[in-house]
Design a protein. Structure first.
Length: 150
């Protein structure tokens, strides 16, 4: 009888541990994207104002789990200059994009939460840009993350 109780307790710990591991690993993926973007030295006349990361069903509830990391820049440089600079300095495995903050709503669409546009809704200040990287779910941990099934 005692062996059966221990067995059930171990099964419960394994299930809970798997769910927690899935959540933690998936959060780390987004945080690593944000960290990789923050590690890129900003070009001249450019400052990094803030950064953000998020894991979840970001753009719609029907899709899979997504990973997002971004930094908000204030710069006197042109968009093309920033885009080529960041693409040439991107770490291996990070496919990033640079957009004007004012264009973020039409690029991301209405479903993108405003906090991922750094809180800006319809109006945004000039000379602000978002450098972001986006990823889709990867096995095996996403199978354990409850957010990919809600």
């Amino acid at each position: 009888m005692k062996v059966i109780k221990i067995f059930f307790v171990l099964i419960i710990f394994a299930i809970v541990g798997g769910l927690v591991a899935g959540y933690v690993v998936d959060e780390l993926i987004s945080k690593n994207i944000e960290s990789a973007l923050n590690d890129i030295t900003a070009p001249a006349n450019t400052t990094v104002d803030s950064s953000i990361s998020k894991t979840g069903k970001i753009t719609n509830q029907d899709g899979g789990l997504q990973f997002y990391g971004a930094i908000l820049l204030q710069s006197n440089e042109k968009l093309g200059t920033l885009r080529s600079y960041y693409k040439s300095h991107a770490p291996q495995g990070i496919d990033l994009e640079v957009i004007n903050l004012a264009d973020s709503k039409k690029i991301f669409g209405e479903n993108m939460p405003s906090e991922l546009r750094f809180g800006y809704h319809d109006k945004s200040p000039e000379n602000y840009y978002i450098v972001y990287a986006w990823g889709e779910a990867q096995l095996p941990y996403t199978m354990l993350d409850f957010r990919s099934y809600t």
